[in-house]
Ligand binder design. Structure first.
Ligand code: CO
Length: 463
């Protein structure tokens, strides 16, 4: 039973006087459980049985202090009065001002059939009166003044771990989406003290007041139930690094949507940003797609191109893509909410795969053409960095340019005030910034002053 089971005004069942319950049996307890689940899923603070089409005198209420279940409830006392804005799950999109008793005593039977009395004030008193009204066929609209339309914020659960998704999280919050939760990885020991720390996006979520879930597993435990209880319109996945099981993907009311930083079907897989730079692509982009059980293979909703500039690094390009992606996702969700958005199947024949970066990808092969080496250096900045050997020592290369001079691959051909030139498969590479082991990145000129690199030295794995 989901949101869709809630009967909406002007359904006739909402106008009937509900019948008292004669006997509290197993069926009645099942009904109470169904009602609590529907209420929570819909994020209501109360629900009456007629609202799910059952014309019996049963209500559940939870304003945050625990669940109250009442069979055959009656208002036995009311005092004071208070006016506040009220809405109803059966009258979506409308609120109005309703004056009710400020304090009440309600009597009814609990799930064991024992008589109980509930003393309440404020919001709880209001919710009890509202639900008892439902049993008499009365809606808040009948008592309300200044009824106005409200658009409920679409509810999103965001699954994300990497920093890539931080602009997305911020945009969703800014654009009036209700981010019901951030699902991210558990805290891990990190830093020098190995203190457990969460991913940076967790901190941002906490600052924005968004609940954070960090399940150890997505397949066991109660994450799927937790997600279902949140009743999201959308499940949005970006830079998550974990595969979502089908039961989670099936949960959202509208869609499960993934943001991928490439123009799919090019560069499916975990390292699309680096692979696009390494391959010398002039243009990449962002794609929003429907999620399926096959990774990055779902139907495309929207795409936006982002040019790769000649000085883009993995870091700068990722940042551009994360901002473009945040915009594109907001646009995508708005489109889907209007019931629009084409599904464009991917042409699997044109798919390429962006494999995870390995340590093999980090080592510079000086036999390759100079332009490819320079692209490798750019792609791997700021992390993990392209490396080479200089004798027994490792050296990371942080910045490099193609140079006209040519010579044996891996050989230091010239030293000058900007840096040093190394022979490549064709021409040479001018190295401008390096990081010696155990040191920070420094300009190549500074490196040359402190280290005894000489013309004729060999760089590379075989050195
Ligand atoms: Co109601």
């Amino acid at each position: 039973m989901g949101d869709d089971e809630i009967k909406r005004y002007p359904d006739a069942v909402l106008r009937r006087v509900a019948k008292p319950v004669r006997k509290i049996n197993r069926q009645m307890r099942d009904l109470l459980e169904d009602m609590a689940r529907v209420m929570r899923r819909a994020r209501g603070v109360g629900l009456a049985a007629p609202q799910i089409g059952i014309s019996r005198r049963v209500i559940v209420v939870d304003v945050g202090d625990g669940l109250i279940e009442l069979v055959n409830p009656e208002l036995v006392h009311g005092e004071g009065s208070e006016t506040a804005v009220e809405g109803c799950l059966s009258v979506p999109g409308k609120v109005g001002e309703v004056t009710r008793y400020q304090k009440v005593v309600v009597s009814g039977l609990n799930r064991s059939g024992h008589r109980v009395w509930v003393e309440a004030e404020g919001l709880l008193a209001r919710a009890l009166q509202h639900e008892i009204d439902h049993l008499d066929g009365t809606l808040f609209l009948d008592r309300a003044q200044n009824v106005r339309e409200v658009t409920p914020a679409p509810r999103v659960v965001l699954c994300a771990t990497g920093e890539f998704a931080i602009p997305l999280l911020e945009r969703l919050a800014e654009e009036g989406f209700e981010v019901a939760a951030l699902v991210t990885r558990p805290d891990r020991p990190s830093g020098r003290g190995l203190r457990p720390a969460g991913p940076p996006i967790k901190e941002r979520a906490v600052e924005l007041g968004i609940p954070v879930w960090q399940p150890a597993s997505l397949r066991t435990g109660d994450i799927a139930e937790q997600l279902a209880a949140a009743g999201p319109d959308f499940l949005v996945v970006a830079d998550f690094g974990r595969i979502l099981p089908p039961d989670m993907l099936a949960t959202p009311r509208v869609a499960a949507v993934n943001l991928h930083p490439s123009l799919l079907p090019r560069w499916r897989g975990p390292a699309p940003v680096e692979r696009a730079i390494m391959a010398g692509d002039a243009v990449t982009g962002v794609t929003t797609l429907h999620m399926t059980d096959e990774v990055d293979a779902g139907d495309i909703i929207l795409q936006r191109e982002v040019p790769i500039s000649p000085d883009d690094t993995g870091g700068t390009l990722r940042e551009k893509l994360s901002r473009a992606g945040a915009d594109l996702m907001v646009e995508t969700l708005e489109l889907l909410l209007r019931g629009e958005g084409d599904r464009q199947p991917q042409d699997a024949a044109r798919a390429t795969y962006a494999a995870e970066l390995s340590s093999e990808d980090e080592f510079i092969d000086w036999n390759r053409e100079a332009a490819a080496i320079v692209r490798q250096v750019r792609a791997l900045q700021p992390r993990p960095g392209a490396r080479t050997y200089w004798g027994q020592r490792q050296l990371k290369v942080g910045e490099a340019r193609v140079h006209a001079a040519g010579g044996p691959p891996g050989q230091v051909l010239a030293l000058d005030s900007d840096g040093f030139v190394v022979g490549a498969g064709d021409g040479g590479v001018l190295v401008l910034r390096v990081q010696p082991e155990g040191r920070a990145y420094m300009g190549a000129a500074e490196f040359l002053r402190g280290y005894r690199l000489e013309v004729g030295d060999r760089l590379g794995k075989e050195a």
